[in-house]
Design a protein around this ligand. Structure first.
Ligand code: PMP
Length: 430
């Protein structure tokens, strides 16, 4: 490729000059990413990186995967866009496909949008229309989006950017995790807190929104029984459950949807990210009965456009043909086992959590600040060695592993070896 790349320094300078100061990047020396091929990314100097973050679970079927992009291009050249006012085929085919065999239980109707925030916004709207109630329940440290309502139900302080959020629309329940408690006690305490809120004002809530595994909150996996009990408690008060599968959906955790691990079906399920493998598309799905309540005008200019819908159909074909949900369970399990082996070797890793290809390793220094600094040092060193890893967690101290679900085992093993080396140099610093 003979394009003239301006290089990372110039990009940083232009972001500073023309962007908003809210944009951030993970690295002291960030690479300029110019290409991608399956599980790898390439920078402007031709250096390759195995991508263990995939833009936070987005490119789950691999970068520029020809089996998918060929369908995108075909559609792009045939009909790019018109309006959902007219009849186009890919969107209804996608909705039908999701209803018949992909979505769990009686979730049969889908509304398409363009992002995760918009999908959750739509889910919250349907819940209000259906229950005729205004308020919402959410978990502390959850993340659900950047629009006003989704930011209101976002419990992670760093993503509550607006100083003027409505103070009464969301009630937060402690999440089923607390470093000071064992998991069972933390989950029990969470449901006790929920019970107290429900006893006081259960009939004011339209829905509770949850991530089956909290992503940005630091890869929090509740005990198996937690969501089952929570769902029953909500049902007793006529409150809907919205599963935000924007990060956990589409095979990421070793099931098609994360909530399936817990043996329940939510009333509304939202998805985005991996749905288009990098092409923007989001969706919220629900039952016939609940969907019937969204009976006043609501339309999306780009939601369900032919290009995104055709791409999403190709994504589903690819996941099925390649058995990627099962692969995520198996290979992800091996990745998590590898991280646990590193935890046994290096005390700086205090916890390894996750399911399938959604794994986190928590780094602990003497203070929150030191934990975050060490996490950054690890990320930078891993990047220099050719591995893009993510981070999340309330203190930004959880290494996040969300690779493409097609990543070969050799590359996972090589990454674990590189991480072993980086951690050993880090322990010398201690
Ligand atoms: N929900 C979850 C669980 C997410 O992880 C995110 C994005 N990180 C969102 C919602 C918002 O999605 P988007 O950025 O596409 O609006």
């Amino acid at each position: 490729n003979n394009k003239a790349y301006i290089g990372p320094e110039a990009i940083v300078a232009k972001r500073k000059q023309y962007g908003y100061p809210c944009t951030a990047n993970f690295y002291k020396n960030p690479p300029q990413i110019v290409g991608g091929k399956m599980h790898k990314l390439y920078d402007h100097e031709g250096k390759s990186y195995v991508d263990f973050f995939t833009g936070v679970s987005v490119v789950a079927c691999g970068h520029c995967n020809e089996a998918i992009t060929s369908k995108t291009i075909e559609q792009l050249q045939q009909l790019q866009h018109t309006s959902t006012i007219y009849l186009t085929q890919p969107m209804v085919e996608l909705a039908e496909r999701l209803a018949n065999g992909i979505l769990p239980g009686k979730l049969k109707r889908t509304f398409f949008v363009n992002s995760g925030s918009e999908a959750n916004e739509g889910a919250l709207l349907v819940a209000r229309m259906h229950t005729k109630r205004r308020n919402f329940l959410a978990l502390e440290y959850g993340l659900h989006g950047r629009t006003f309502l989704t930011m209101n139900v976002t419990g992670i302080p760093m993503w509550r950017t607006d100083d003027y959020l409505d103070s009464d629309v969301a009630t937060f329940i402690p999440r089923p995790y607390d470093p000071a408690l064992d998991l069972e006690s933390a989950a029990r305490r969470s449901l006790d807190a929920l019970a107290a809120v429900l006893a006081e004002k259960g009939d004011t809530f339209a829905a509770m929104i949850v991530e089956p595994i909290q992503g940005n909150g630091g890869m929090i996996v509740p005990p198996d029984w937690y969501f089952r009990e929570l769902k029953a408690m909500l049902e007793a008060h006529g409150i809907l459950l919205i599963a935000d599968e924007i990060q956990t959906g589409y095979g990421r955790t070793g099931r098609m949807f994360g909530i399936e691990h817990y043996g329940i079906v939510p009333d509304i399920l939202t998805m985005a990210k991996a749905l288009g493998n990098g092409v923007p598309i989001g969706a919220f799905s629900t039952t016939d009965e609940i969907a019937a309540s969204l009976n006043r005008p609501s339309a999306s200019t780009f939601g369900g456009n032919p290009v995104s819908a055709a791409t999403a159909l190709a994504v589903l074909d690819y996941i099925e043909q390649e058995g990627l949900v099962e692969r995520s369970a198996q290979m992800g399990g091996k990745l998590i086992a590898g991280l646990k082996a590193l935890q046994a070797k290096y005390p700086v890793i205090v916890d390894v959590r996750g399911k399938g290809f959604m794994a986190g390793a928590q780094i602990q220094g003497a203070s929150d600040q030191e934990s975050a600094e060490w996490t950054d040092v690890i990320l930078e060193n891993m990047k220099d060695r050719g591995y893009i890893i993510g981070k999340n967690g309330v203190s930004r101290n959880v290494l996040a592993f969300q690779p493409a679900m097609i990543t070969p085992w050799e590359d996972i093993e090589a990454m674990l070896n590189a991480l072993d080396e980086v951690l050993s140099t880090l322990s010398h610093r201690e």
